[in-house]
Design a protein around this ligand. Structure first.
Ligand SMILES: *Cc1c(COP(=O)(O)O)cnc(C)c1O
Length: 385
């Protein structure tokens, strides 16, 4: 149906895997196959295996191969958003099943768990996944998934993927890792024992804040087939233009992540040394409580930084409303720097009591550090602080 995985280093695969020149025209860039349907030579005999674009589309196939290659996995599946990817995973569950989830997840993930799938008789138990004993105690015979983010959003806590995979497998569950914050350039969960990697492609993989999409990457072919059944049956699939935009993004992922990480580390160090700042959360700082795990599990600390100001909520709001280069906006992972206050923006759907119990203070400020010049970024923060 299309070319297989390409060998080579990450940077090479990012540009070429799934994306050989078009055999018909020689086009170097994968064509955007703007078609809903495909000609057949006889009833039930499509020319190249493609029948209908909810089920398959060649531009989407190219992206699915590309993402699988980058994560070191066998199969990729793309969705119309990160949450549509989460939805497909949850569609496999039946009433009485249980998910053990990290208590520091993306707000929308918490919402689909508690407001959508809990109504169907699926139980969600939230634990601090950085504490492996809590995970171990929560996993039982009904547990189908251990579902984690590492680093977490927005507190940048890490979970030991290898250890978590062992705990999940011992209980007969699958380990799902939302790898949106790290990207496969910094961290490859499947290579550490995870069963499913989930992405919001909207973030670093797209990388330019111009597309919403999601993906799942797995090794197990039976699991891939089951997820593909729900992908097609529910229909939350991305259009070919969206897939093209994400592929354009993955080509530069490595150099973007290097610069995002370099800038984020410099900003974390700047904030840590600033008198107006109370606490900085960045896994690439030696003062981060899980710095050793970061060095073991990730290539760098990534591009996200969060912090609390001594002036609390008011100071945080003032900073977020006054920066000139950092744009006040939700989302993350684009080339441009963004600033936001999670409790009133990205994480507003989590009840205050639940947020506080997870250590998310009302005054928290989150930065998605872009790839602008570091001097301009620091000057922008320094001026307001
Ligand atoms: C944005 C995000 C999601 C959801 O993805 P969408 O593409 O917005 O549906 C899931 N997990 C994390 C960590 C995210 O940042």
């Amino acid at each position: 149906m299309s070319d297989s995985h390409l060998q080579g280093q990450f940077e090479t695969r990012a540009i070429h895997a799934g994306q050989a020149p078009d055999p018909q025209t020689g086009a170097v860039m994968t064509p955007v196959y703007m078609t809903s349907t495909y000609a057949q030579t006889a009833p039930g005999k499509p020319i190249a295996g493609y029948e209908y674009s909810r089920t398959h589309n060649p531009t989407r196939t190219a992206l699915e191969i590309n993402l699988a290659s980058l994560e070191g996995g066998r199969h990729g599946l793309c969705f119309s958003s990160g949450l549509a990817a989460t939805n497909a995973l949850l569609d496999r569950l039946v009433p009485g099943d249980k998910v053990v989830a990290a208590n520091d997840l993306y707000g929308g993930t918490y919402r689909i768990f508690t407001k959508v799938f809990e109504r169907y008789g699926i139980e969600f138990v939230f634990v601090n996944s950085a504490n492996l004993d809590e995970v171990r105690d929560a996993v039982d015979a009904r547990t189908r998934y251990v579902y984690i983010e590492t680093p977490t959003n927005p507190l940048l806590r890490l979970t030991d993927i290898r250890a978590c995979a062992e705990i999940a497998h011992k209980g007969g569950a699958l380990l799902v890792v939302d790898n949106t914050f790290a990207t496969p350039y910094l961290q490859r969960p499947l290579e550490m024992g995870a069963d499913v990697v989930l992405h919001s492609l909207t973030k670093y993989l797209g990388g330019h804040s111009d597309v919403v999409a999601g993906a799942l990457i797995v090794n197990d072919t039976a699991l891939r087939d089951e997820l593909a059944f729900f992908q097609n049956s529910v229909g939350g699939t991305p259009g070919p233009m969206d897939c093209f935009l994400v592929m354009r993004g993955t080509k530069t992922l490595a150099i973007r992540m290097d610069r995002h990480s370099e800038n984020a580390l410099a900003i974390a160090q700047f904030l840590e040394g600033h008198a107006a700042v109370d606490r900085v959360h960045y896994p690439g700082l030696p003062t981060h409580p899980q710095y050793d795990l970061c060095k073991r599990q990730m290539k760098t600390g990534g591009g996200m930084v969060s912090f609390e100001l001594k002036g609390g909520v008011e100071a945080g709001n003032r900073l977020a409303s006054s920066t000139k280069i950092f744009t006040l906006a939700e989302s993350l992972g684009g080339v441009e720097s963004l600033i936001e206050t999670p409790p009133s923006m990205t994480h507003a759907s989590i009840p205050a009591a639940v947020r506080h119990a997870a250590g998310l203070q009302d005054g928290l400020v989150r930065l998605s550090v872009g790839i602008e010049h570091i001097d301009d970024l620091i000057a922008d923060l320094d001026r307001v602080l």
